[in-house]
Write a protein that binds this ligand. Sequence first.
Ligand code: C5P
Length: 216
Amino acid sequence: AEEKPLAGKKVLVTAGPTRESIDPVRYISNHSSGKMGYAIANVAKRLGADVCLITGPTCMEYPYFVDEIVKVESAREMFENVLEKYDDYDILIMCAAVADYAPAESAKEKIKKSSDKLVIELSKTPDILEYVGHHKRSAQIVVGFAAETQNIIENGYEKLVKKNADVIVANDARKVMGSDKTEVYIIFKGKAVVNLEGTKEEVAKELLKRVCTDTH
Ligand code: C5P
């Protein structure tokens, strides 16, 4: 039988993209498939944790065994659900590709095609990882992700500090988004960077084991 290093732990995972409504028929989103977050939720469950998955819209089948699944659309909605829950969890894994900006207002009716140019004003969304990073209890472990296209490790470190996370998992967005495989750099506070490569399940397992042994 597999060891259960997460037995007795409560793990909250966010996954997938968010959708930011422009009007009743259109939205802004990104290429996140949800695969990494779903793999983390599945593996955390296998390793003995009590798991809640908060997910944006994906094409994935919902993980069968996790204890609770909350389906959300927008960054704001994901933020509100994380806020309501995070206090009860020991490990928070913020894997979702949350939209950084959303339309300042969603039009009530479908926007008609008229002028050659259309400007949509965007406002910053709440940064969920930054919020939980700065509000966590000292016993809670916060893991963030950083999808980058350049200076992957440097940008990951910057996020670790700015968002007060315990761990940042940094990767090359162009290489891994949507793929079954991934390559990541795991950046722990005050430790050497660990490079992992494999299927998202394999990387999830190694990440979760290291989160148990290498934090605090
Ligand atoms: O700053 P950036 O968006 O690149 O950071 C990525 C990390 O921050 C991911 O862990 C993502 O889930 C989280 N994030 C968030 N809320 C946002 C934007 C990003 O929690 N509005």
